[in-house]
Design a protein. Structure first.
Length: 329
Protein backbone atom coordinates (compact mmCIF):
# COMPACT_ATOMS: atom_id res chain seq x y z
CA UNK A 1 0.00 0.00 0.00
CA UNK A 2 1.03 3.61 -0.58
CA UNK A 3 1.96 5.90 2.32
CA UNK A 4 0.20 9.16 3.21
CA UNK A 5 2.06 12.45 3.53
CA UNK A 6 3.30 13.23 7.04
CA UNK A 7 0.98 14.88 9.54
CA UNK A 8 1.52 18.61 9.92
CA UNK A 9 0.88 21.98 8.31
CA UNK A 10 0.81 22.26 4.53
CA UNK A 11 0.47 25.44 2.49
CA UNK A 12 -1.74 25.67 -0.60
CA UNK A 13 0.62 28.02 -2.41
CA UNK A 14 -0.61 30.64 -4.86
CA UNK A 15 0.69 30.60 -8.41
CA UNK A 16 2.75 33.71 -9.12
CA UNK A 17 2.60 35.54 -12.43
CA UNK A 18 4.91 38.16 -13.88
CA UNK A 19 3.44 41.66 -13.46
CA UNK A 20 3.88 42.87 -17.04
CA UNK A 21 3.73 40.35 -19.87
CA UNK A 22 6.32 40.81 -22.56
CA UNK A 23 5.31 41.38 -26.16
CA UNK A 24 5.70 37.66 -26.73
CA UNK A 25 2.83 36.78 -24.40
CA UNK A 26 -0.89 37.29 -24.45
CA UNK A 27 -1.58 40.25 -22.11
CA UNK A 28 -4.67 38.42 -20.82
CA UNK A 29 -2.58 35.50 -19.56
CA UNK A 30 0.63 36.75 -17.90
CA UNK A 31 3.40 34.13 -17.74
CA UNK A 32 4.45 32.27 -14.62
CA UNK A 33 6.88 33.94 -12.25
CA UNK A 34 8.88 30.82 -11.38
CA UNK A 35 11.47 32.85 -9.48
CA UNK A 36 8.89 34.14 -7.02
CA UNK A 37 7.37 30.66 -6.85
CA UNK A 38 10.65 29.12 -5.77
CA UNK A 39 11.53 31.91 -3.32
CA UNK A 40 8.19 31.62 -1.56
CA UNK A 41 8.46 27.83 -1.42
CA UNK A 42 11.92 28.05 0.17
CA UNK A 43 10.70 30.59 2.74
CA UNK A 44 7.94 28.19 3.76
CA UNK A 45 10.27 25.19 3.94
CA UNK A 46 12.70 27.12 6.12
CA UNK A 47 9.84 28.24 8.37
CA UNK A 48 8.91 24.72 9.43
CA UNK A 49 6.07 23.99 7.01
CA UNK A 50 5.63 20.23 6.50
CA UNK A 51 4.92 20.39 2.77
CA UNK A 52 3.31 22.30 -0.09
CA UNK A 53 0.19 21.84 -2.16
CA UNK A 54 0.88 23.09 -5.67
CA UNK A 55 -1.83 23.65 -8.27
CA UNK A 56 -4.74 23.50 -5.87
CA UNK A 57 -7.63 25.95 -5.72
CA UNK A 58 -5.34 28.63 -4.29
CA UNK A 59 -2.85 27.78 -7.02
CA UNK A 60 -5.42 28.66 -9.72
CA UNK A 61 -5.00 25.25 -11.30
CA UNK A 62 -7.99 25.83 -13.56
CA UNK A 63 -6.19 28.80 -15.15
CA UNK A 64 -2.99 26.93 -16.07
CA UNK A 65 -2.00 24.87 -19.08
CA UNK A 66 -0.62 21.38 -18.62
CA UNK A 67 2.81 22.62 -19.67
CA UNK A 68 2.68 25.32 -16.99
CA UNK A 69 1.66 22.77 -14.35
CA UNK A 70 4.68 20.62 -15.14
CA UNK A 71 7.01 23.63 -15.27
CA UNK A 72 5.89 24.82 -11.83
CA UNK A 73 6.34 21.45 -10.14
CA UNK A 74 9.75 20.88 -11.76
CA UNK A 75 11.01 24.33 -10.83
CA UNK A 76 9.88 24.16 -7.21
CA UNK A 77 11.26 20.63 -6.81
CA UNK A 78 14.62 21.68 -8.25
CA UNK A 79 14.83 24.77 -6.04
CA UNK A 80 14.01 22.79 -2.91
CA UNK A 81 16.54 20.08 -3.76
CA UNK A 82 19.29 22.61 -4.42
CA UNK A 83 18.58 24.28 -1.07
CA UNK A 84 18.83 21.01 0.86
CA UNK A 85 15.15 20.02 0.96
CA UNK A 86 15.48 17.04 -1.36
CA UNK A 87 12.54 15.01 -0.03
CA UNK A 88 10.28 17.93 0.88
CA UNK A 89 6.65 16.81 0.34
CA UNK A 90 4.92 18.22 -2.73
CA UNK A 91 1.23 17.49 -3.34
CA UNK A 92 -0.19 18.40 -6.76
CA UNK A 93 -3.83 19.28 -7.27
CA UNK A 94 -6.21 18.24 -10.03
CA UNK A 95 -9.57 19.75 -10.85
CA UNK A 96 -11.02 17.88 -13.82
CA UNK A 97 -14.07 15.67 -14.17
CA UNK A 98 -12.80 12.95 -16.48
CA UNK A 99 -10.98 9.91 -15.13
CA UNK A 100 -8.53 9.70 -18.05
CA UNK A 101 -7.50 13.36 -17.88
CA UNK A 102 -7.22 13.28 -14.09
CA UNK A 103 -4.90 10.27 -14.30
CA UNK A 104 -2.83 11.96 -17.01
CA UNK A 105 -2.42 15.04 -14.79
CA UNK A 106 -1.43 12.90 -11.81
CA UNK A 107 1.13 10.94 -13.79
CA UNK A 108 2.60 14.10 -15.31
CA UNK A 109 2.81 15.61 -11.83
CA UNK A 110 4.57 12.50 -10.54
CA UNK A 111 7.15 12.67 -13.34
CA UNK A 112 7.72 16.37 -12.55
CA UNK A 113 8.45 15.68 -8.88
CA UNK A 114 5.18 15.56 -6.92
CA UNK A 115 4.73 12.79 -4.38
CA UNK A 116 0.93 12.84 -3.98
CA UNK A 117 -2.14 14.05 -5.86
CA UNK A 118 -4.96 16.07 -4.29
CA UNK A 119 -7.95 15.15 -6.43
CA UNK A 120 -10.96 17.47 -6.39
CA UNK A 121 -14.30 15.67 -6.33
CA UNK A 122 -15.98 15.58 -9.77
CA UNK A 123 -18.76 18.12 -9.46
CA UNK A 124 -20.02 18.92 -12.94
CA UNK A 125 -23.04 16.64 -12.51
CA UNK A 126 -23.24 17.00 -8.74
CA UNK A 127 -27.02 16.86 -8.67
CA UNK A 128 -27.09 13.58 -10.60
CA UNK A 129 -23.91 11.90 -9.34
CA UNK A 130 -24.61 9.01 -6.99
CA UNK A 131 -22.49 7.99 -4.03
CA UNK A 132 -21.66 4.75 -5.84
CA UNK A 133 -20.62 6.68 -8.94
CA UNK A 134 -18.26 8.96 -6.99
CA UNK A 135 -16.68 6.00 -5.18
CA UNK A 136 -16.11 4.18 -8.48
CA UNK A 137 -14.72 7.38 -10.04
CA UNK A 138 -12.12 7.81 -7.28
CA UNK A 139 -11.20 4.12 -7.36
CA UNK A 140 -10.74 4.31 -11.12
CA UNK A 141 -8.41 7.29 -10.73
CA UNK A 142 -6.46 5.68 -7.90
CA UNK A 143 -6.07 2.39 -9.77
CA UNK A 144 -4.21 4.13 -12.59
CA UNK A 145 -2.36 6.90 -10.73
CA UNK A 146 1.38 6.50 -10.33
CA UNK A 147 1.28 8.52 -7.07
CA UNK A 148 -0.97 8.14 -4.02
CA UNK A 149 -4.26 9.98 -4.17
CA UNK A 150 -5.93 12.24 -1.60
CA UNK A 151 -9.64 13.09 -1.72
CA UNK A 152 -10.30 16.82 -1.97
CA UNK A 153 -13.74 17.92 -0.78
CA UNK A 154 -14.33 21.62 -1.46
CA UNK A 155 -18.04 22.07 -2.17
CA UNK A 156 -17.73 25.79 -2.99
CA UNK A 157 -15.61 25.16 -6.10
CA UNK A 158 -17.03 21.79 -7.18
CA UNK A 159 -20.66 22.69 -7.83
CA UNK A 160 -21.57 21.92 -4.22
CA UNK A 161 -21.10 18.17 -4.66
CA UNK A 162 -21.35 16.46 -1.29
CA UNK A 163 -19.00 13.74 -0.05
CA UNK A 164 -20.51 12.24 3.12
CA UNK A 165 -18.35 10.32 5.60
CA UNK A 166 -19.56 7.05 4.07
CA UNK A 167 -17.67 7.86 0.85
CA UNK A 168 -14.44 8.37 2.78
CA UNK A 169 -14.98 5.07 4.62
CA UNK A 170 -15.52 3.27 1.30
CA UNK A 171 -12.39 4.78 -0.26
CA UNK A 172 -9.99 4.71 2.69
CA UNK A 173 -9.31 1.00 2.25
CA UNK A 174 -8.04 1.48 -1.32
CA UNK A 175 -4.25 0.87 -1.30
CA UNK A 176 -3.55 4.01 -3.34
CA UNK A 177 -5.94 6.41 -1.54
CA UNK A 178 -4.10 7.76 1.49
CA UNK A 179 -5.96 10.75 2.83
CA UNK A 180 -8.31 13.64 2.36
CA UNK A 181 -8.71 17.37 2.73
CA UNK A 182 -12.00 18.94 3.83
CA UNK A 183 -12.43 22.59 2.86
CA UNK A 184 -15.67 23.23 4.70
CA UNK A 185 -16.58 24.19 8.24
CA UNK A 186 -18.57 21.16 9.39
CA UNK A 187 -16.41 19.89 12.25
CA UNK A 188 -18.83 17.03 12.86
CA UNK A 189 -18.00 15.60 9.43
CA UNK A 190 -14.30 15.95 10.23
CA UNK A 191 -14.85 13.95 13.42
CA UNK A 192 -16.92 11.26 11.70
CA UNK A 193 -14.09 10.61 9.24
CA UNK A 194 -11.02 11.17 11.42
CA UNK A 195 -12.42 9.05 14.28
CA UNK A 196 -14.14 6.36 12.22
CA UNK A 197 -13.10 3.00 13.76
CA UNK A 198 -13.50 1.29 10.38
CA UNK A 199 -10.75 3.44 8.83
CA UNK A 200 -7.06 2.64 9.32
CA UNK A 201 -5.84 6.05 10.45
CA UNK A 202 -2.20 5.12 9.99
CA UNK A 203 -2.66 4.73 6.25
CA UNK A 204 -5.38 7.36 5.73
CA UNK A 205 -4.88 10.87 7.16
CA UNK A 206 -7.48 13.62 7.18
CA UNK A 207 -6.58 17.32 6.96
CA UNK A 208 -8.76 20.37 7.43
CA UNK A 209 -8.51 23.07 4.80
CA UNK A 210 -9.36 25.77 7.32
CA UNK A 211 -6.74 27.06 9.74
CA UNK A 212 -9.45 28.89 11.64
CA UNK A 213 -10.56 25.51 12.98
CA UNK A 214 -7.12 23.94 13.40
CA UNK A 215 -7.32 23.43 17.16
CA UNK A 216 -10.78 21.80 17.17
CA UNK A 217 -9.91 19.76 14.06
CA UNK A 218 -6.84 18.34 15.80
CA UNK A 219 -8.97 17.54 18.82
CA UNK A 220 -11.27 15.33 16.74
CA UNK A 221 -8.49 13.36 15.08
CA UNK A 222 -7.38 15.38 12.07
CA UNK A 223 -3.68 15.16 11.19
CA UNK A 224 -3.13 18.83 10.40
CA UNK A 225 -4.20 21.50 7.97
CA UNK A 226 -3.71 22.70 4.42
CA UNK A 227 -4.04 26.34 5.35
CA UNK A 228 -3.96 29.53 3.30
CA UNK A 229 -2.90 31.84 6.14
CA UNK A 230 0.22 29.71 6.61
CA UNK A 231 1.37 31.04 3.22
CA UNK A 232 1.80 34.40 4.97
CA UNK A 233 2.50 33.55 8.63
CA UNK A 234 3.90 30.01 8.53
CA UNK A 235 5.74 29.96 11.86
CA UNK A 236 2.64 31.03 13.80
CA UNK A 237 0.41 28.33 12.33
CA UNK A 238 3.15 25.71 12.78
CA UNK A 239 3.63 26.77 16.41
CA UNK A 240 -0.07 26.33 17.15
CA UNK A 241 0.02 22.86 15.60
CA UNK A 242 3.13 21.95 17.58
CA UNK A 243 1.72 23.13 20.90
CA UNK A 244 -1.42 21.05 20.44
CA UNK A 245 0.24 17.88 19.18
CA UNK A 246 3.40 17.79 21.30
CA UNK A 247 2.09 18.85 24.70
CA UNK A 248 0.70 15.91 26.67
CA UNK A 249 -1.21 16.58 28.75
CA UNK A 250 -2.25 20.05 27.58
CA UNK A 251 -1.65 22.04 30.78
CA UNK A 252 -3.59 25.17 31.61
CA UNK A 253 -0.89 27.63 30.59
CA UNK A 254 -0.35 25.90 27.24
CA UNK A 255 -4.10 25.74 26.65
CA UNK A 256 -4.37 29.48 27.17
CA UNK A 257 -1.56 30.06 24.67
CA UNK A 258 -3.22 27.72 22.18
CA UNK A 259 -6.48 29.60 22.54
CA UNK A 260 -4.74 32.94 22.06
CA UNK A 261 -3.01 31.79 18.90
CA UNK A 262 -6.17 30.20 17.52
CA UNK A 263 -8.05 33.45 18.15
CA UNK A 264 -5.47 35.50 16.28
CA UNK A 265 -5.28 33.03 13.41
CA UNK A 266 -9.07 32.85 13.15
CA UNK A 267 -9.34 36.64 13.06
CA UNK A 268 -6.71 37.02 10.35
CA UNK A 269 -8.12 34.08 8.41
CA UNK A 270 -11.27 36.10 7.73
CA UNK A 271 -9.27 37.91 5.03
CA UNK A 272 -8.81 34.55 3.30
CA UNK A 273 -12.46 33.65 3.82
CA UNK A 274 -13.60 36.92 2.22
CA UNK A 275 -11.15 37.20 -0.68
CA UNK A 276 -9.75 33.70 -1.22
CA UNK A 277 -6.89 33.50 -3.74
CA UNK A 278 -6.89 37.26 -4.24
CA UNK A 279 -6.53 37.90 -0.51
CA UNK A 280 -3.71 35.41 -0.10
CA UNK A 281 -1.73 36.88 -3.00
CA UNK A 282 -2.23 40.43 -1.73
CA UNK A 283 -1.06 39.45 1.76
CA UNK A 284 1.94 37.40 0.55
CA UNK A 285 3.07 40.38 -1.52
CA UNK A 286 2.54 42.99 1.19
CA UNK A 287 3.86 41.00 4.16
CA UNK A 288 6.56 38.82 2.56
CA UNK A 289 7.31 40.75 -0.67
CA UNK A 290 6.84 37.70 -2.91
CA UNK A 291 4.97 38.23 -6.16
CA UNK A 292 2.55 40.98 -7.11
CA UNK A 293 -0.55 42.07 -5.13
CA UNK A 294 -2.93 41.21 -7.96
CA UNK A 295 -5.65 38.65 -8.33
CA UNK A 296 -3.95 36.37 -10.80
CA UNK A 297 -5.37 35.50 -14.19
CA UNK A 298 -8.76 36.53 -15.44
CA UNK A 299 -11.54 36.38 -14.47
CA UNK A 300 -10.06 37.10 -11.03
CA UNK A 301 -10.02 40.79 -10.17
CA UNK A 302 -6.72 42.55 -9.68
CA UNK A 303 -6.20 43.02 -5.97
CA UNK A 304 -8.70 43.16 -3.12
CA UNK A 305 -9.77 46.75 -3.76
CA UNK A 306 -8.62 50.24 -2.86
CA UNK A 307 -8.41 50.81 0.89
CA UNK A 308 -9.39 47.25 1.74
CA UNK A 309 -5.99 46.18 3.05
CA UNK A 310 -5.98 49.01 5.58
CA UNK A 311 -9.18 47.64 7.11
CA UNK A 312 -7.21 44.54 8.11
CA UNK A 313 -4.39 46.49 9.73
CA UNK A 314 -5.14 45.38 13.30
CA UNK A 315 -5.25 41.67 12.48
CA UNK A 316 -2.24 41.70 10.16
CA UNK A 317 -0.11 43.83 12.48
CA UNK A 318 -0.75 41.48 15.39
CA UNK A 319 -0.02 38.41 13.28
CA UNK A 320 3.20 40.00 12.04
CA UNK A 321 4.23 40.71 15.64
CA UNK A 322 3.61 37.09 16.67
CA UNK A 323 5.42 35.76 13.60
CA UNK A 324 8.42 37.94 14.43
CA UNK A 325 8.54 36.44 17.93
CA UNK A 326 9.08 33.01 16.37
CA UNK A 327 11.64 34.39 13.90
CA UNK A 328 13.86 35.50 16.77
CA UNK A 329 13.16 32.66 19.22
Amino acid sequence: PSSPPSAGIYVPVPTFFLPAPSENHNPLTPPLDLGAQASHALHLARSGITGLVLLGSTGEVVHLTREERVAQIKHVRAALTTAGFKNFPLIAGTATNGIEETVELLNESAAAGAGWGLVLAPGYFSGAASEEGIVRWYKGVADMSSIPVMIYHYPSVSNNVKLPPSIFRALASHPNIVGGKLSHGDISVHAQIALDPQIDHKSFLLFTGLGQQLFPALQVGCSGAVDGLAAIFPKTVVHLYTLVTQTDPLDRATLERVRELQYRISRAEELIVKFGVVGIKEAVSRVLSFGEPDGGRLPLARGIGYGEWERWSEEMTEMARIEMEFQTS
